[in-house]
Design a protein around this ligand. Sequence first.
Ligand SMILES: O=P(O)(O)OC[C@H]1O[C@H](OP(=O)(O)OP(=O)(O)O)[C@H](O)[C@@H]1O
Ligand SMILES: Nc1nc2[nH]cnc2c(=O)[nH]1
Length: 181
Amino acid sequence: MNPDIEKVLVSEEEIAAANKRLGQQLTADYQGKNPLFVCILRGAAMFMMDLIKHVDIPLEYDFMDVSSYGGENTVTTGDVRIIKDLDTSLRDRDVVIVEDIIDTGYTLDRLIELFKTRHANSIKIVSFLDKPSRRIKHVHVDYNGVKIPDEFVVGYGMDYDERYRNLPYVGVLKQEIYSTK
Ligand SMILES: O=P(O)(O)OC[C@H]1O[C@H](OP(=O)(O)OP(=O)(O)O)[C@H](O)[C@@H]1O
Ligand SMILES: Nc1nc2[nH]cnc2c(=O)[nH]1
């Protein structure tokens, strides 16, 4: 295990099981459609690439980069900035927003409002992690991976100051990592 990690919250085995389950649900629900999966960079990139291997229907995907937790922030700034927009039109599309984590809900709340103005046919959300105790904006998550307690997590795409995204599991950093920064 990486020496900076205090404890593992979601193991590689649990990640694989969640992806399989979510992929099977999406396969069943989107039969006969050609959904557009929208990956919210950067954190959700690893999750989406694993998830879609289990979605056994025609689909398309695109990427959007938004950010509210810059640099060493472990709390949201609440100011959701679009860094890179989609290249694909959402008009009449069945959109599946793919997130790594829903925390306060600010990011998804803002994205849903934006996507509604782009005339999508439907908008659903799949989030790998959910921290329900931290919610400020109520957002309905249609497909949920794993619920976690109120701890700042890294790994499986998620960073602290751009590090640890490549860990194959989700974990909590040792306190000294924050204090030595
Ligand atoms: O529910 P919220 O409180 O809005 O938090 C969730 C958002 O925070 C993270 O993004 P971040 O801004 O850290 O960018 P990143 O994915 O590029 O690391 C995560 O990927 C979500 O998009
Ligand atoms: N890396 C990371 N980003 C987040 N964005 C919202 N919550 C979290 C978290 O726990 N970890």
